[in-house]
Design a protein around this ligand. Structure first.
Ligand code: FA5
Length: 335
């Protein structure tokens, strides 16, 4: 009885090694170890043997069973691994494959506001400026105080700031303009400085044809010896011309910002003859230079900050700034 069984176990190892799939392994396992198998029958017949023979036969039977179980497990492991490898091979994607072209491929493009931002950077880099960035979440020091806006100052109210619930009340905020980047630049660099800093800005403004609650500004800062308001006016003129051509005019209007003195607002002309306010500008206030460790007796500067979304509206003659955030591809694909 035992010999026949051990022979079957040895055969089974060969059959398992050749099994092509997991179903075949399960069938062999049933045949070898299942309820109707020779193994189960041999186990049952152990009780017919003399007690002396029984122990030795039982050990041989167990050894054969362990051998078969190991062979079954090995076959399963082999087929699972190769099954996975086959599945991976079948699911493999060739990322370099080029499908035969049935229709002309349509290329995407950048959002018109991104295009305006890139164009602005190019124009200013062409004028010798470098490009910097600052964080979108700011402290009251950078967004206000260092810019000569102490907490009692009424100008704080005019920014409709969106505060973030972190630290002391009204200490952390989404920056309401890109002017804090002026401070970060002057803290870290020595004049002469010629930098522009584009980026997202946030205000609790209700969206309308000319306002968005999240919009983009570009800040400009020049600090050097003997800088005058004339340099500022010339720089604004130059970039308006580079961006819009000669038909569009710009004008400066006296205004007030705590961080510049004197201050102005600049507008550009629309095709219908009206003016659109694009930004604020002025000579950097001596207090702001001092706050950053720059001696106002030795250095002067001008700064400006204007809305990139507003500029893109002008550039493409769009009536409503909200079109930029509606994400209607039919609209966006025109630019
Ligand atoms: C400022 O933010 C000043 N930091 C600008 C500045 C910089 C002055 C440096 C002097 C020196 P103001 O709040 O006016 O100023 O905003 C500047 C421009 O941002 C506006 O002229 C407009 O073009 C744009 N802007 C402001 N609010 C919005 C809004 N809700 N949606 C779209 N554009 C806006």
């Amino acid at each position: 009885m035992m010999e026949g069984y051990e022979k079957a176990a040895a055969d089974a190892e060969e059959r398992l090694a050749a099994a092509a799939d997991l179903d075949a392994v399960a069938a062999i396992e049933r045949e070898l170890l299942g309820r109707r198998s020779k193994f189960t029958e041999a186990k049952r017949r152990l009780s017919d043997l003399d007690p002396g023979e029984r122990a030795a036969a039982g050990r041989r039977l167990n050894a054969a069973r362990e051998q078969m179980e190991a062979a079954v497990a090995a076959a399963r492991a082999r087929l699972t691994a190769s099954g996975r490898a086959d599945r991976y091979a079948a699911e493999r994607l060739d990322l370099t494959e080029r499908l035969p072209q049935t229709a002309p491929l349509r290329r995407g493009h950048f959002h018109p506001v991104t295009q305006a931002r890139d164009r602005l950077e190019d124009v200013f880099v062409g004028m010798g400026y470098t490009v910097a960035e600052g964080p979108e979440v700011e402290s009251a020091w950078y967004n206000f105080e260092a810019l000569n806006i102490p907490d009692w100052h009424p100008a704080r109210g005019s920014f409709d700031t969106i505060f973030v619930n972190l630290g002391e009340p009204e200490e952390v905020m989404l920056r309401s303009h890109t002017s804090p980047v002026q401070i970060r630049i002057m803290e870290n660099r020595k004049p002469p400085i010629y930098v522009v800093a584009p980026g997202r800005t946030f205000r609790a403004d209700t969206a309308d044809a000319t306002h968005l609650p999240a919009f983009n500004q570009i800040e400009g800062l020049a600090v050097d010896r003997n800088i005058t308001m004339g340099d500022l006016a010339g720089t604004i003129d130059e970039f308006v011309r580079a961006l819009f051509g000669r038909e569009v005019k710009s004008r400066l209007r006296p205004s007030y910002f705590p961080f510049t003195e004197p201050s102005a607002e600049f507008d550009i002309s629309r095709p219908d003859g009206s003016w659109l306010e694009l930004g604020g500008c002025g000579m950097v206030h001596p207090n702001v230079l001092s706050n950053c460790g720059i001696d106002p007796e030795e250095w002067q500067g001008f700064a400006f900050g204007f809305g990139i979304d507003r500029l893109a509206v002008m550039r493409h003659e769009i009536d409503d700034i909200r079109e930029f955030v509606n994400n209607d591809v039919r609209f966006l694909s025109q630019f």
